[in-house]
Design a protein around this ligand. Structure first.
Ligand code: KG4
Ligand code: ZN
Length: 357
């Protein structure tokens, strides 16, 4: 991983505000160029915990309540007013339709009231762009591994402002979804990533040989860069059930560590293979699962062997936030991309090939 370069915001760089409401985090970030000035977040995760997953209508209402206060908090932290902002970026998709609508409608209101250009941007591309706030401009081409609660994809990034090329994706559960479901099996709280990460620290990752989906010789042809975590999740559940049926204690630390090892093994192996296959020496990892301590260490170890540079933002920037949306907005403005029309739609299934609408 590279060190954070010391950088000072040049005052002539545009000041961009980003709004994120695609899931359960209401985020408002403000950046100037690649410099992060504010990253205000209000999370509704506690409201969803007892359901074991995000409840869309509950998330939408929470965004509605949190958007204006989060906006004020971000402006105050950055020490600027809405009038100072040069452009507003907002997550237009993919995500929960009702949740996206709150952010898009709010952003339109602010853009109209303050007469600012608006950019409706892709949430997944924003997970890639956020790394620029920590490590500076992304060398292109780069390979991006995007691993969140809703997506797991390997992408080739030739020019982030124009779109990304999907190389592969999960054919069933997303990596974060697998963490959330396995946590449930182990009696750990939602969202499952952080508690599994923590529990695994006291466990042995080689204790149980859980399956590595789509890594067999036959998968090379059709699914070389695809992922599958549903079989792994089922294997963990069956293993735990068998122990319980036999009246034996479940070694939660070892199960968590072995499950985490299987996920990180497949993700990092395929990401490095994609880099080597295309002769690309930069790998950027983004999305909530990129906050995982094991994926970070394993990617760094494996990449070093092949002279590949791994860029992973700090954990707080991996999970959903407004700064990532502002970072992508800033990238688009710098690249001279035209703003979106004021009647831009929220698109819950926005394709990865579309970076802004
Ligand atoms: O990117 P994100 O905040 O939201 C989506 O766009 O989905 O990702 C949330 C996902 C959840 O499934 C959560 O369990 C997972 O990221 N996650 C982690 C960790 N922190 C969050 N997974 C593994 N290890 C972590 N430390
Ligand atoms: Zn996300």
């Amino acid at each position: 991983m590279t060190d954070q370069p010391s950088r000072r915001a040049a005052l002539d760089e545009p000041l961009i505000l980003g709004i994120e409401t695609s899931c359960d985090e209401t985020g408002v970030g403000i950046v100037r160029g690649h410099t992060l000035l504010a990253d205000a977040i209000a999370s509704s995760v506690d409201l969803h915990a007892r359901f074991g997953g995000v409840v869309p209508e509950v998330a939408s209402r929470a965004h509605l309540e949190a958007l204006v206060p989060t906006m004020h908090r971000a402006l105050s932290t950055a020490g600027v007013t809405l009038a100072d902002i040069d452009a507003i970026a907002v997550t237009a998709g993919p995500g929960l339709a009702g949740a996206l609508l709150v952010g898009v409608a709010g952003a339109k209101g602010y853009a109209l009231a303050a007469d600012k250009p608006i950019y409706g941007v892709n949430h997944l591309a924003a997970h890639v762009a956020v790394d620029t706030l920590e490590h500076g401009p992304l060398p292109e081409p780069a390979i991006a591994l995007l691993v969140s609660g809703g997506h797991s994809s390997l992408l080739r990034v030739d020019n982030l402002a124009n779109g990304v090329v999907p190389l592969g994706a999960t054919i069933d559960d997303a990596a974060g979804e697998a963490f959330d479901k396995v946590a449930r099996v182990l009696g750990l709280p939602f969202p499952g990533g952080p508690p599994i990460d923590k529990t695994a620290r006291d466990g042995n990752g080689s204790a149980i040989a859980f399956p590595r989906g789509l890594t067999g010789p036959r998968d090379q042809a059709e699914h070389r860069f695809d992922f599958s975590f549903s079989g792994l999740k089922t294997a963990v559940a069956r293993w735990v059930e068998a122990r319980q049926r036999a009246g034996e204690p479940v070694p939660v630390h070892d199960v968590a560590a072995s499950f985490q090892e299987a996920v990180c093994d497949v993700l990092t192996a395929k990401a490095i293979e994609a880099c080597r296959d295309s002769g690309i020496s930069t790998l950027v990892i983004g999305g909530g699962v990129a906050a995982n301590s094991r994926i970070r260490s394993m990617a760094a170890e494996r990449a070093e062997r092949y002279g590949i540079t791994v860029r992973v933002p700090r954990p707080g920037l991996c999970t959903d936030n407004g700064a990532m949306v502002a970072a992508l907005g800033s990238h688009l403005v710098a690249a001279g991309v035209a703003a979106s029309p004021l009647d831009l739609p929220a698109d819950s299934a926005m394709p990865l090939t579309l970076v802004s609408v």
